[in-house]
Design a protein around this ligand. Sequence first.
Ligand SMILES: CC(C)(COP(=O)(O)OP(=O)(O)OC[C@H]1O[C@@H](n2cnc3c(N)ncnc32)[C@H](O)[C@@H]1OP(=O)(O)O)[C@@H](O)C(=O)NCCC(=O)NCCS
Length: 161
Amino acid sequence: MSKHNDNSVEFCFLAEPTDVNFGGKVHGGMVMKWIDQASYACAAKWSKRYSVTVSANGIRFIRPILVGQMVSVTASIVHTGRSSMHIYVVVRARDPKEDSPVITNRCFITFMATDESGYPIKVPEFTPKTAEDEKLEQVAMHAKDFAKQLDNDFEEKLGWK
Ligand SMILES: CC(C)(COP(=O)(O)OP(=O)(O)OC[C@H]1O[C@@H](n2cnc3c(N)ncnc32)[C@H](O)[C@@H]1OP(=O)(O)O)[C@@H](O)C(=O)NCCC(=O)NCCS
């Protein structure tokens, strides 16, 4: 199931037995897949274009997700560049019989909108509406700078492209 408003998309579903590892908790890789999927839906909705993942930054595993829990993955555009969309994702989980979710994961993920040939294409500009949106945009820009610095360090310091 998914819900969305202008700049965000929310996926809601139950964590299934096939999502779980040998320790009985949801696989980290499965959570990353959900994050990528919700972010793709958010980026495609915002840009109206096929979009590709550029980078995922600071994925934090705060609490485990258990089989049978109700999971929500909310992906929101919080900053845009020319072709890039910087998305804040928060994952929450709760017992479906109760109303008190906990935050299990958060991260920033960047998508780039592409034209028919796969080249970067301009996206609509995101404008923050609230003071919190403005702060989140600042944090997202900081995360982008960090990710680019990391790319640079691999290239400059290690000679890796
Ligand atoms: C995504 C890809 C096309 C970007 O190529 P690139 O040559 O690095 O592109 P650019 O340097 O022009 O950067 C494109 C945008 O990403 C941004 N960007 C680049 N590196 C970034 C990083 N590490 N973190 C966040 N944003 C980044 C740039 O600022 C630019 O945004 P802008 O247009 O808003 O200014 C290329 O890396 C690629 O094809 N990657 C594989 C994508 C993929 O297979 N994803 C998984 C399946 S969808």
